[in-house]
Design a protein around this ligand. Sequence first.
Ligand code: ADP
Ligand code: MG
Length: 555
Amino acid sequence: QKTEERLSFQAEVTKLLDIVVHSLYSDRQIFLRELISNASDACDKLRYEALTQPALRDGLGEFRITLRIDAEARTLEVADNGIGMTRDDLVHNLGTIAHSGTQEFVRALAASDKKGDATLIGQFGVGFYSSFMVSERVDVFSRRAGDAQGWHWQSDGGGDFTVAEAEVPSTGTRIVLHLREDAKEFLETYRLRSIVKTYSDHIAIPVVLLDTDKDGNPQEETINEASALWTRPRSEITEEQYTEFYHHVGHAFDEPWHTLHFKAEGAIEYTGLLFIPSTKPFDLFQPDRKTHVKLYVNRVFITDDAPDLLPAYLRFVRGIVDSADLPLNVSREMLQHNPVLKKIQGGLVKRLLGDLKKRAEAADEYAAFWEVFGSVLKEGIYEDFERRTDVLELARFRSSTTDGWVSLADVVARMKTGQEAIYYITGDDPEYLKRSPQLEGFRAKGVEVLLLTDPVDEFWINSVPTYQDKPLKSAASSAAGLDQVADPETRDEADADKAPEDQIEALAKALKDTLGDAVKAVRASTRLTESPVCLVAEEGDMSLHLERMLKQAGQ
Ligand code: ADP
Ligand code: MG
């Protein structure tokens, strides 16, 4: 114990542990799912590293995750022969919260100060730290593949933990849970069997229960299915199994909104098991716009960071792709601009957009998706030239004349006689836009205007000249062309009240002289029916909303 160090948890971890330890939480058996999930990830990582450094696996045998019960000592052990952890890994991985999303979650949880919010833990998951829901103390023994030195990490879930050098006989990680008095149920083999069946059946690595028979002879029993879920036929997979797999692979805790499981045959063969979440992942708007589909080659995990597997506008998708048409020893560098991956990407995008199109037929269900991920999908309109029309057709908008969501096709179908363009207006708030004086003329003629309030709208709108041959035009532009739209039959011709041309001109000139450089021009307009004046952008100029956005950003 010569090297023992005592270190403090990151403040967020201490808060989290305080909640985890002190809340009465009914779904606490999920700690086992979390530990098995980590063990499986650790085996995947070593399997990948060993492709180029086979010596790392010398003497390790087949990958497996073992559960061992010691009823007398009241301990449950979860061990793996995966990648293992160095001292620094232990300190960092088990002492801080790496995911910024989890950090935000913890702050919210601690601030709410309702211990009853512990149900959120189950929905959200706290990974390794969930061990403390059932343990009064946790020991972690670990040795990183390729290292001779092992380490012992220990904590009682208070504010600190210790790390020390330790004899660890073989590569991998062994976690010893000293169960709380009220958690003795997890010493029962039938209980463990049932938890593993429920939550970890899809894990591709065998989960082995080590036990002794009545004569004291050691016994081993594999208690999960231990084949990669995506290799099984769809008809044999239940919805619960898909959901559990999604939780594992996506580090997610919601229900998937959509599940897509398929085998692509042809020039390149691959299997995909993809999920669209129902809630927003925390990193959705991080600047790196990282995608989250894991790449496997013949069931060997390669990377969760393959650059070309999916375009950034589909970064909300979770899941795996497994192909036999990439070399097993493919390095992460070789994956850059890889033609096989490019082809797979084409296939994945096509299927995903195709499924979205089908699901868009159920308007309410689709709205639930659109409200969560629409602003991300719309990036595809200007980033995926080839599929721009497909993405445009999937897009839904708020409109000045209709409640709920409308599509461009709806708007075209409702165009008025003489209306030649699809109109839109950009801004922050749809309710405010609806009442904008700039739309007065449109309201009077019953012309529908799309209310674009996502920041991303400013980016794609200029890259789409037409939809179904109709130009997209800003209602706030001077050249909106509203004059050509037929007046509703009931509208009075107000010509009698019309001021003489020369007076209008004189007024416009007087206004321009007074306002000076603040405006480009002052013109008489037919777009206003109630307000005396409104601001418009010159055709070809930046929209007023974009100008405001850039000003706020300090540009
Ligand atoms: P997550 O799995 O979402 O990253 P966890 O809290 O479950 O979060 O685990 C934190 C980190 O600790 C993991 O990302 C991994 O780096 C490390 N870790 C946990 N368990 C193991 C294990 N059995 N073997 C190797 N590393 C592990
Ligand atoms: Mg985990």
